[in-house]
Design a protein around this ligand. Sequence first.
Ligand code: OAD
Length: 231
Amino acid sequence: MKKIIVLTGAGISAESGISTFRDSNGLWEQHRIEDVATFDAWRRNPDLVLEFYNQRRKQLYEVKPNAGHSALVKLEKKFDVQIITQNVDDLHEQAGSSQVLHLHGELKKVRSTVDENLVYTLEGWELKKGDKCEKGSQLRPHIVWFGEAVPMIATAQKLSAEADIYIVIGTSLNVYPAAGLVYYVKKGTPVYLIDPHAEMLPDVKNLTVLSETAGKGVPKLVKQLLAQGKG
Ligand code: OAD
């Protein structure tokens, strides 16, 4: 079976009702990264950081996957599909995708502040001050904050190098190392980019840009690949 690697960003979840980060009215227009998404912010003002991610988590329980997420599931009929997502929502899993790697963590999980291997699935949406891991330390959101290492990046780079087809959906390609993954793709591999307002185009050969929303563009591309692909 041919391997399709799909790199997704906030844009694929936009039509589900989750704000992106850098579009107008995006999350980083309403909150300063330094106040809510760094370890330093967590040390200075844990209440604000907990509240920020509690609100994101609460919202996640109110939204559903959209046509973009669902179309990627159909691709599994003929291809070995591996999703690499920068998103911390679980909409790919909710849609039914079977192989999803989260580069930047997962909203519904929390982890220990003294042992990064102690990761738990949170019951409900609210993580509170005083919620502790089994070693007695405060639990924090299971999110890769700015300035922190991205533990899954080496796996994502290896997977990208194995792609027969590479699809990038709804990411501004502003944040490294995720934005550099497309450069691990073998020469000659077809690369598709689906984004209605793509600004940073990857400098690769065989690039096809679909300037459409994920809800429209992904089903179209999936139909085309299923029709032409032998898998
Ligand atoms: P951005 O907000 O930077 O980019 C979102 C992209 O989605 C933009 O290129 C938009 O044009 C596009 N977009 C908007 N609506 C869309 C739609 N309906 N369909 C398809 N595309 C659409 O989000 P990311 O690139 O995902 O990290 O941001 C990368 C990382 O920066 C995030 O994982 C997050 C953030 O800070 C952390 O918080 C660690």
